[in-house]
Design a binder for this molecule. Structure first.
Ligand code: ARG
Length: 590
C-alpha cells in the first residue's frame, strides 16, 4: 500500500495543478500543530514568489478544490497561506481496513530492489566475558538487521569474533604454567589431541584476566606470551589444537549469552578467518603502488583535501611485519566481497572507533577492495553511562559483566511483578520478569539515537509508566486482556470491521496506526531503530487515551463494539510487529 502521506500529497498535487500551479509546491507533512489540523501544506508560501501572488490567495484556491475531495473532512486556508487538512473518518477507516487485510506487513511495501547488506556487530572477544560495551552493539545491530529484513532486504549478520592476537598467546602461556603436563605443550607429540577441552568456561574466564595482569608486571611473561602468539600464528600443532578448544568453549558460552538477549548471528566468523587473505592483499597493495614504507611500517595514505581534521595514513603492517587490527578489518572486507559481494557493509561499533573506520573505509576504496557500488557504513554508538554520568560500573567499581547486569534487572523486574500481585504463580512471575526485563534493557537503549551517550537508569527503564519497554508491553497486555474478555462474552458479529472514528481519541489512534509504514521506512533508510520506538510510544499513548475515554466492553451497539475490537487487534498486531523488529516480545499477562 502507498503511504498515507504520499496519497494525501498526490491529491494536493492534483489540486495545485488544477489551479495552474506547479505541483512541486504540494508537499504535505504531518501537522506540527495537531490541535489545529492533522496534516499541513505550506507550499502556497513558496509558490507566492514564483507566481507573484499573495500566498493566501493561492491557498484559498487550492483549499476550495481539496474541500470537495472525499479524502478530506476539511481543507482550510489560513493566513498568511497555510493549508490545514483533516482526513475524512470514512477514508481513514478504509485505509486501516486495507492495512488489516495484510496480516504480515500491514500494508508496508517491501523494497522493490532488495539489497544484500552485511552487518558487522556484536564483536565479542574470545575468552573474555561479555561486558556492557558489547551490549549496545548487539542490541542495535540485531534491531537494524530485523528492520532491514522486514523491509525486504537480505541482511547477513556476522559476529566478527575477536579471536586473534596476543590474548590467545596469553591464555596459552598461563595454561602452560598451570597445567604443564598437558600434551599440547609437548613439541614432540605427534598423535591426536583429546576431543575434550582441558578447561571449562569458568576456568577460561579466570585464566585470561590472570594472564593479562601478569603480563603487565612481568616482562619475561609477556615475552613468552608474544612468542606463543607467534608460534600459534606460524601453525604450531599443539597450540592450534588449544585454539580450537578455546574457540569452542568460548563460542558455546557466547551463544548462550546472546540467546538470552534474543540476539543471533548468521555467521560466526572471526578475525582469524581473515588472516589467510592478508598476504595477497598486501602484495597487491604494494604492487599497485598504494602501500609504501614509512618509518619502517607499511602504510597507505588516506587523507583527502576536504579534511578538516588530520586523517593519518592507514597502517597495513608494523615494522616487524606483523599485521594489525586494521589489516584484519581490511582482509575481512576481502572475504566478504569474495563470498557475498554485499551492496553495503554496516559496522555497529563504539563511536570512538570512528576515525579508525574512516581510515579503513578510505583504504578499502582506494585500493579497490570494494568498488564504487559497495557502501561502507559506520554506525557508531555512544557510551552507556551510569546514573553518575560515568561509564557503567559494578557497585565496587569493576567492569560490569553483561550477565550480571541482566540478572540484576531480572531480579528488579521480578520484585515489581510480585509487588503488583498480578501474577500469583511464582514460576510464571519469573518467566514474565525475564521477558519484561529484556524489553526494559533493549527499549532503554534503542529509544535513544544510537550515536548519543545515554544513562542506564534501572529505576526508570523498568517503570511501567513513561517512555519505557515495560510500558509498551503493558499496553499490549492490556489489549490482549480486553480481547480475551470480549471473546468470553461470545458476541461475535458477522462481517466485523473497523468503522469510521466516532471520537477525537479514536481518530487520533487511527491516524497513528496509519503512519506505520512511514515509521518503518525511515527507521530503515536512516538506520535508526529509535524511530520505531518513537512510533510505538505515540501509538501506545494514543491507544491508552482511547481506552480511557471509551467504553469498549460495555458498548451496547454490537457493531460499534466489534469495530473497536478490530481496531484494538490491529493496534496489538502492529505493536507486536514493532517490538519484534526491536528484538523483544510481550508476555500474555504481567
Ligand atoms: N572486538 C572489538 C572490541 O571488543 C570490536 C570489533 C568491532 N568490529 C570490527 N570489524 N572491527 O572492541
Amino acid at each position: 500500500m502507498e503511504k498515507i502521506l504520499d496519497l494525501i500529497t498526490r491529491e494536493a498535487e492534483k489540486a495545485f495543478a488544477e489551479c495552474g500551479y506547479d505541483e512541486k509546491y504540494a508537499k504535505v507533512t504531518l501537522s506540527n500543530r495537531p490541535d489545529l489540523c492533522e496534516y499541513q501544506c505550506n507550499g502556497a508560501l513558496s509558490a507566492a514568489k514564483e507566481y507573484k501572488k499573495a500566498p493566501f490567495l493561492i491557498a484559498d484556491e487550492v483549499a476550495e478544490i481539496l474541500s470537495k475531495n472525499e479524502m478530506f473532512a476539511s481543507a482550510e486556508s489560513v493566513k498568511p497561506g497555510f493549508l490545514n487538512l483533516r482526513l475524512d473518518t470514512g477514508y481513514l477507516a478504509g485505509y486501516l481496513r486495507e492495512m488489516q487485510k495484510d496480516k504480515e506487513r500491514f500494508g508496508c511495501e517491501a523494497a522493490k530492489t532488495p539489497k544484500r547488506i552485511m552487518l558487522d556487530y556484536g564483536g565479542p572477544n574470545v575468552a573474555k566475558p561479555l561486558h556492557i560495551g558489547h551490549l549496545r552493539s548487539a542490541i542495535i545491530g540485531e534491531s537494524i538487521k530485523r528492520i532491514g529484513r522486514f523491509m525486504g532486504h537480505e541482511m547477513i549478520g556476522d559476529v566478527h569474533l575477536g579471536d586473534w592476537g596476543l590474548q590467545m598467546g596469553l591464555i596459552i602461556t598461563e595454561l602452560a604454567q598451570r597445567k604443564p603436563e598437558l600434551v599440547y605443550f609437548n613439541p614432540d607429540y605427534t598423535g591426536e589431541y583429546p576431543k575434550e577441552a582441558p578447561f571449562t568456561i569458568s576456568e577460561l574466564e579466570d585464566i585470561y584476566p590472570a594472564a593479562s595482569a601478569k603480563s603487565k608486571e612481568d616482562e619475561a611473561y609477556k615475552e613468552a606470551a608474544m612468542q606463543a602468539t607467534y608460534e600459534l600464528q606460524q601453525g604450531r600443532r599443539g597450540y592450534q589444537a588449544l585454539l580450537s578448544h578455546i574457540l569452542n568453549v568460548s563460542v558455546t558460552d557466547l551463544k548462550r549469552n546472546y540467546e538470552n538477549l534474543n540476539v543471533s548471528f548468521d555467521l560466526w566468523k572471526g578475525e582469524s578467518d581473515a588472516q589467510p587473505y592478508i598476504p595477497d592483499m598486501v602484495q597487491k597493495m604494494k604492487e599497485e603502488g598504494y602501500a609504501y614504507i614509512s618509518e619502517g611500517a607499511l602504510v597507505v595514505d588516506v587523507k583527502e583535501e576536504s579534511d578538516t581534521k588530520e586523517v593519518p595514513p592507514c597502517m597495513i603492517l608494523k615494522s616487524d611485519g606483523a599485521s594489525l587490527y586494521n589489516t584484519t578489518d581490511l582482509a575481512t572486507i576481502v572475504w566478504r566481497m569474495k563470498d557475498y559481494h554485499p551492496d553495503e557493509i554496516i559496522y555497529v561499533v563504539d563511536k570512538r572507533q570512528e576515525l579508525y573506520f574512516t581510515q579503513v573505509f578510505r583504504c578499502a576504496k582506494k585500493t579497490h577492495l570494494v568498488g564504487e557500488d559497495t557502501k561502507l557504513t559506520f554506525q557508531g554508538f555512544g557510551t552507556m553511562n551510569g546514573k553518575d554520568g560515568k561509564p557503567f560500573k559494578t557497585r565496587d567499581g569493576g567492569v560490569m559483566r553483561l550477565e550480571h547486569l541482566v540478572s540484576e534487572i531480572n531480579e528488579e523486574m521480578y520484585k515489581k511483578i510480585m509487588e503488583n500481585k498480578s501474577l500469583a504463580d511464582e514460576e510464571e512471575a519469573r518467566k514474565t520478569a525475564k521477558i519484561v526485563a529484556l524489553s526494559a534493557i533493549k527499549y532503554g537503549d534503542l529509544s535513544n539515537q544510537a550515536s548519543k551517550d545515554y544513562i542506564f537508569d534501572i529505576e526508570r527503564f523498568t517503570s511501567f509508566e513513561g517512555n519505557t519497554g515495560p510500558y509498551i508491553l503493558y499496553t499490549i497486555v492490556r489489549i490482549k486482556s480486553i480481547l480475551a474478555k470480549y471473546n468470553e462474552l461470545g458476541q461475535k458479529v458477522e462481517d466485523a470491521k473497523i468503522l469510521p472514528a466516532k471520537s477525537e481519541s479514536e481518530k487520533a489512534l487511527m491516524l497513528e496506526i496509519s503512519h506505520f509504514s512511514a515509521a518503518m521506512d525511515s527507521a530503515f533508510t536512516e538506520t535508526a531503530p529509535h524511530k520505531v520506538c518513537a512510533y510505538i510510544y505515540g501509538l501506545a499513548n494514543a491507544l491508552n487515551h482511547f481506552y480511557h475515554e471509551t467504553k469498549i466492553l460495555a458498548e451496547e451497539d454490537k457493531e460499534v463494539q466489534a469495530g473497536y475490537i478490530c481496531l484494538l487487534e490491529l493496534t496489538k498486531d502492529i505493536l507486536e510487529k514493532c517490538i519484534d523488529v526491536l528484538g523483544f516480545s510481550a508476555p500474555e499477562r504481567m
